[in-house]
Design a protein around this ligand. Structure first.
Ligand SMILES: [Zn+2]
Length: 148
């Protein structure tokens, strides 16, 4: 089996990191066929996420399988900023009414009204475009400076 290049390795890491953050379980990445060229091995990836099994298959390599799975995991999700996760700037997202992690329903109309937050892979991590949420437990700015 060929070694993963640095970029491919980061793609796989970004996928596992995303799964860990999203609370996905039983992540599996593998291939079906031995003794064939690597791009014909039938790479697949799956993960258990919110009671659903997400699955990608027939990918040309492990990085492609991990990337496709990460995109599937992100598609239709709601970002921490309350907007819909977008994976490209064209905003062409198919979206259906969804039940969120807290059990609430999120309709197409609500998702559209919320707008979109562009997510992209930065090295070994998927990152949203929105700034990190302010932590209410963080000490005021002046105090933080003094501690340095
Ligand atoms: Zn966001």
């Amino acid at each position: 089996m060929r070694e993963l290049g640095p970029t491919q390795y980061q793609i796989v890491l970004a996928c596992t990191d995303l799964i860990a953050r999203a609370g996905g379980r039983q992540f599996e990445l593998g291939y079906l066929h031995d003794d064939v060229p690597v791009d014909q091995a039938g790479w697949y990836a799956h993960v258990q996420y919110r009671g659903v099994r997400l699955f990608v298959e027939d990918q040309p390599g492990p990085a492609e399988a991990a990337d496709a799975l990460a995109r599937k995991l992100l598609t239709g999700g709601r970002c921490r900023c309350g907007r819909l996760v977008a994976l490209s700037r064209d905003g062409a997202i198919t979206y259906e009414d969804a039940t969120m992690a807290d059990g609430s329903r999120w309709t197409v109309a609500q998702a559209r009204a919320a707008g979109q937050c562009l997510w992209r892979r930065v090295g070994a991590r998927w990152e949203p475009a929105c700034p990190p949420p302010v932590n209410p437990n963080r000490p005021p700015r002046r105090e933080r400076r003094r501690r340095r």
